[in-house]
Write a protein that binds this ligand. Structure first.
Ligand code: NDP
Length: 286
C-alpha cells in the first residue's frame, strides 16, 4: 500500500510505455516486503535537467534512465561512477542524501546473464560484435573488464565502430580490439566463438529481419542477441537451425534491473521473480 513512508523509484525515458521495468521492479519490491514503488516517467528531452532536479526535490531514491536520456543526464549529476564514465552513459541514478550518483549496470547485467545462462568462460572467447550504439558500448566495456581476449566490432556506420574501438581499447591492455567493415564479416566470423548482436535489427515489429546471412553461422559459436522482444529473434532461430548455441536479451534486461535494485535497496534482488514478472508481461502483450 502506498503511504507516507513509501520510497519512490522509477524510469526516465521517452517513450516509456513499452517498458517492462515497472512490473519487474514492483514485483521485486513486493516479494521482498519493501515499501518501495517504481513508476515510469515520460520525460521530454528538453526537461531532463528539471527531471533530475526533481529526484533531489522529491527525495526519490533513484531512477533507471533509458533512451534517449542516457548521455544527456550526465551533466546534471553530482558524481559518475568509473564504469559509467568509461561507457559514456548512465542507466541508473542513486540518490545518496541529495547527492546523485550515476552508474551503468547494462554491461555487467549482460555479462552476468551470458555467463549464468550459457556457462561460457569469457576469458576463452574470440568475439565479433555487430553494432556500436549505446547497448554495444556497455557490453563491450563489461566483456573486456571480464577478460575477453579478442573483440572485433562491426557496424553499419563504420566511423562509429572505429570511435568505440578507440574509446575502449585501454579498458583491458591484454585484450585486442579492432574493427572491420561489414563486407569483412564472413572472414572474421569463421574464427569466432561468440557473436553478439547489439543492433535493433530483428526487434518487434521487424521480426523477420536479421543482420547476417544464416550460412555464416556455425556450430562452433554461441550467438547472443540483445533484442528481447521477440525472445527468439530470427537470428537466434537461424543460429539454432545451424547448430549454434543461443543466448537471448531478456537476461540482460533482468540483471541490469537487478543490479539497480541492489543499489537502491542494499538487498539481493529476487532475480527469478523479476524474470517471471517480465515474461508474464511479454506474454500478455504478444
Ligand atoms: P542505439 O540507437 O544506441 O544503437 C543502435 C545500433 O543499431 C547502432 O549500431 C545502429 O547502427 C544499428 N542499427 C540500427 N538499425 C540498423 C539497420 N537497419 N542495419 C544495421 N544496423 C542498424 O540503440 P541501443 O544500443 O540502445 O539498442 C540496440 C538494441 O539493443 C535494441 O533492440 C535494444 O532493445 C537492445 N537493447 C537491449 C538491452 C537489454 O537489456 N536486453 C539493453 C540495451 C539495448 P548505426 O550506428 O549505423 O546507426
Amino acid at each position: 500500500m502506498l503511504n507516507s513512508h513509501t520510497v519512490l523509484t522509477g524510469l526516465f525515458g521517452h517513450p516509456v510505455g513499452h517498458s517492462l521495468s515497472p512490473v519487474m521492479h514492483n514485483r521485486a519490491f513486493n516479494v521482498c516486503g519493501l515499501n518501495y514503488r517504481y513508476a515510469a516517467f515520460d520525460i521530454q528531452p528538453e526537461r531532463v535537467g528539471s527531471a533530475v532536479d526533481a529526484i533531489r526535490a522529491l527525495g526519490i531514491r533513484g531512477v533507471n534512465v533509458t533512451v534517449p536520456h542516457k548521455i544527456s543526464v550526465i551533466p546534471y549529476l553530482d558524481e559518475i561512477d568509473e564504469e559509467a564514465a568509461l561507457i559514456g552513459a548512465v542507466n541508473t541514478i542513486v540518490n545518496e542524501n541529495g547527492r546523485l550518483v550515476g552508474y551503468n549496470t547494462d554491461g555487467r547485467g549482460y555479462v552476468r546473464s551470458l555467463v549464468e545462462e550459457s556457462g561460457i568462460n569469457v576469458r576463452k572467447q574470440s568475439a565479433v560484435m555487430i553494432g556500436a550504439g549505446g547497448g554495444a558500448r556497455g557490453v563491450a566495456v563489461a566483456l573486456l573488464q571480464a577478460g575477453l581476449p579478442s573483440l572485433v566490432i562491426v557496424n553499419r556506420s563504420v566511423d562509429k565502430a572505429k570511435q568505440l574501438a578507440e574509446d575502449i581499447k585501454h579498458v583491458n591492455p591484454s585484450s585486442v580490439v579492432h574493427t572491420v567493415v561489414p563486407g569483412d564479416i564472413p572472414d572474421v566470423i569463421k574464427e569466432s566463438t561468440l557473436l553478439i548482436q547489439t543492433t535493433s535489427v530483428g526487434m518487434h515489429p521487424n521480426v523477420l529481419e536479421t543482420p547476417l546471412a544464416p550460412e555464416l553461422l556455425h556450430e562452433g559459436m554461441l550467438v547472443s542477441d540483445l533484442v528481447y522482444n521477440p525472445l527468439q529473434t530470427k537470428l537466434l532461430q537461424e543460429a539454432h537451425n545451424r547448430g549454434a548455441r543461443t543466448h537471448g536479451g531478456l537476461g540482460m534486461l533482468i540483471y541490469q534491473g537487478a543490479l539497480s535494485f541492489e543499489y537502491w535497496t542494499g538487498i539481493k534482488a529476487p532475480v527469478d521473480e523479476m524474470r517471471a514478472a517480465a515474461m508474464k508481461e511479454l506474454e500478455k502483450r504478444s
